[in-house]
Each structure stands twice: as structure tokens, then as C-alpha cells.
Design a binder for this molecule. Structure first.
Ligand code: NI
Length: 378
């Protein structure tokens, strides 16, 4: 990458970083992406999406279409990095580095446009809105933007890997996410007369403790799984037993059988223990992304090809969720981690002090450009 263009990209990233927008509100970001693409002569495709940009380089009638995806939204977090280009919007921050992803795809768009004549097909650029909360990927699919596409590549910055590193593995690289809410109804009463009540708080405590045996006692030690309870609420004073309460949390898995086994044990424990403790419990399952799954053949190709410009290492799967999973379930996909810091103790994704180093941009751009050209032309 030419030094002059690198400096331009850094300026683009700092600009996007300073103007973060939440999911489905990425209006300014969308305009900024379009403005850059148009200035480089890149074709923007029609879309029914409220925010986000779909663009294309090359000639689809000549051959295959390969899609490159970057997410563009930010988070409701107050930035505390102290960076000169920190968020200008109170309470909103690019704390997951989607500003970096957006910039890398813009950089790739520019580089691919310079080499458009060498493409025996086309590259579709997907600047996807609403990754964080709203499944923007589903709307991209529903709009038909992946129709006729042969494969899709995406990545996430990863602060634990050094700049210049690409981490990859075939199979699950980011977890399936389940979100549960359990409401528990006992019978309220005076704190001094628990024998006349049914104690919701004792029941919730017992349920949470028992649920911790699912991963430790029911899931094979060879499988990866996490079950965390993250919010508990019951009662509002010291001398009254509450009528009801609730707790919620999340389950992370990489395998469909393990996922359904955990859900089954979860339901058995909640139903039967609630019966024994005489409370009425109701479980609500909320939809999260499935496993982000890397196609084996495609991953091998991307690993080999990426060795020419990056230090390629075997990725450790992340227990985080990623809505790229929507794509990798309908067509061959590869999702990589691009090293963005190299300090294992650096603040992680969704942290108010999270920082991505600019120096990681060239590797991210090359990941998109070199692999897209390889796949379009093979
Ligand atoms: Ni993210």
C-alpha cells in the first residue's frame, strides 16, 4: 500500500471513529462511505436497506461474484480512550472497531478498483448495518444482496493478536448465542413468616446454583460451552418476601448437539426444581446468532493465500457472537481475526478504553483484496 493512500485511510478511519452511530442509525456513516466510493468511481447498487451500502467492482457476467463484508455500527458506550480522534458523541463509541472494518473495506474497494481489469468476475462490497443488536445480516440476505454470490469473506479485528497477523481456523470460530430469561413466581409474605409464603429468592438461588452443573457435569470436557447468569432481580425491601422475580443470562456453544443438550438440561432443571420448591417458572428463549462457521475448503485456500502477506496462525475460537453467522449458514464463508494490537492484556471488544492500531489497516485491506482476487479468478 502506498504511503499516501495509507495516510488517507488513517484519516478516513479517524473520521468514522469520531462520528459513531448506533445500529440502524448509521446515516452519516452511510453517506460518508458512499461519498468515498463515488469519488473513486465505484458502482453503488440499489438497496432497500435504511442504512448500509452495497457496491460492486468488476463484471458479474464474466464469472463468479465474491462478497466482502464489513460491519459499520457502534455501541452505546462512553469512550474513555483519550485519543485525539475519540468519539464526539457522548455515550456512543466504536468500541468494537467496526470503524476499522469499514475503513479496511473502503481501502479494499479503492485497491480493487485499480485492478478491476484483472477480475474475471466481480467483487460485491457489503457495508452491513446493525451487527451489534439487530441482525443487519438477515436484512442483507432478505434484500437479495447475496443472490448469485459464490462465497463471502469477513473479519473482526482482534487485540490479542499482533499487527500483521491473521488468525484462522475451519469450523466454528465464533459461538452460537442463546439468551434466556427465567421468570419465577412464588407467594409473597412477611419476612418473619416464611412458612406462610413460597420463597421466590430461595428458589432463584437454588436454580442458579443447579444450572452451573450443566456445563461442568453434563457437557463433555471435549466440548466448549459457557453458561452465565448475568442479571437477577427479586424483591424491593428488607422485610417482605417478594411474589416473584427473574434472572437472565446467556449460553455459548459451537456445536448443534451440545447446544440442544444444554437447552434440554436447562429446561429439566428449571421445571423440576421449580416443582420441588413450589414456584412457577417460565423460560423465555431469545434469538441470538448461530455459530460463525468457516467452510473447510475455503479456509484452506484463504490460509495458503494469506501467507504471502501476513503471519497466519491457528485461531482460538471466540465465545463472542457474530451475525456473520447468517451468511456462513447459507453460503461458503470465511471469517478471520486480524491482529490489531498484540497485547493480551489490552482492553477487549466493547470496553470503553478499547483501541485498534492504525498500523493494522494494510493487513486487513490485503486480506480482502488478495483473497477476493484469488477466489474470483480461480
Ligand atoms: Ni464487533
Amino acid at each position: 500500500m502506498k504511503e499516501e493512500f495509507y495516510q488517507e485511510l488513517v484519516a478516513i478511519r479517524h473520521k468514522i471513529h469520531s462520528r459513531p452511530e448506533l445500529s440502524w442509525q448509521e446515516v452519516e456513516t452511510t453517506d460518508f462511505i458512499k461519498k468515498n466510493l463515488i469519488s473513486w468511481g465505484i458502482e453503488i447498487l440499489e438497496t432497500p436497506l435504511k442504512t448500509g451500502v452495497i457496491a460492486q467492482i468488476g463484471q458479474p457476467e464474466k464469472g463468479k461474484i465474491i462478497a466482502l463484508r464489513a460491519d459499520i455500527d457502534a455501541l452505546p458506550i462512553e469512550e474513555q480512550t483519550g485519543l485525539p480522534y475519540a468519539s464526539e458523541k457522548r455515550g456512543t463509541m466504536h468500541a468494537c472497531g467496526h470503524d476499522f472494518h469499514t475503513t479496511a473495506l473502503l481501502g479494499a474497494a479503492y485497491e480493487l478498483k485499480q485492478r478491476e481489469d484483472s477480475l474475471n468476475g466481480a467483487v460485491r462490497l457489503v457495508f452491513q448495518p446493525a451487527e451489534e443488536v439487530e441482525f443487519g445480516s438477515r436484512d442483507v440476505v432478505k434484500a437479495g444482496h447475496l443472490d448469485g454470490v459464490s462465497a463471502i469473506l469477513g473479519f473482526h479485528n482482534h487485540p490479542a493478536y499482533p499487527v500483521g497477523t491473521i488468525a484462522l481456523k475451519s469450523g466454528g470460530i465464533m459461538a452460537a448465542v442463546d439468551h434466556f430469561v427465567v421468570s419465577v413466581a412464588g407467594v409473597g409474605g412477611h419476612a418473619a413468616e416464611p412458612h406462610l409464603a413460597v420463597d421466590t429468592i430461595v428458589a432463584i438461588s437454588a436454580l442458579i446454583a443447579q444450572l452451573q452443573t450443566v456445563v461442568s457435569r453434563n457437557v463433555s470436557a471435549r466440548e466448549e460451552a459457557v453458561l452465565s447468569v448475568t442479571q437477577v432481580h427479586a424483591g424491593n425491601t428488607w422485610n417482605v418476601l417478594p411474589n416473584n422475580g427473574f434472572f437472565e443470562g446467556t449460553i455459548r456453544t459451537f456445536d448443534a448437539d451440545t447446544r440442544s443438550q444444554i437447552k434440554q438440561r436447562f429446561e429439566e432443571i428449571v421445571d423440576n426444581l421449580s416443582k420441588a420448591l413450589r414456584v412457577n417458572s417460565k423460560i423465555e428463549w431469545l434469538d441470538g446468532p448461530g455459530v460463525t462457521f468457516n467452510d473447510k475448503t475455503l479456509t484452506e485456500k484463504v490460509v495458503e493465500n494469506s501467507k504471502s502477506f501476513a503471519n497466519v496462525v491457528e485461531a482460538l475460537a471466540s465465545h463472542g457472537g457474530e451475525d456473520f453467522s447468517t451468511y456462513s449458514h447459507i453460503l461458503p464463508g470465511v471469517f478471520a481475526f486480524v491482529g490489531s494490537n498484540g497485547d493480551e492484556n489490552a482492553p477487549g471488544w466493547h470496553h470503553s478504553s478499547f483501541v485498534v492500531r492504525d498500523e493494522a489497516l494494510p493487513t486487513a485491506v490485503q486480506y480482502y483484496v488478495n483473497n477476493a482476487i484469488m477466489l474470483v479468478n480461480e
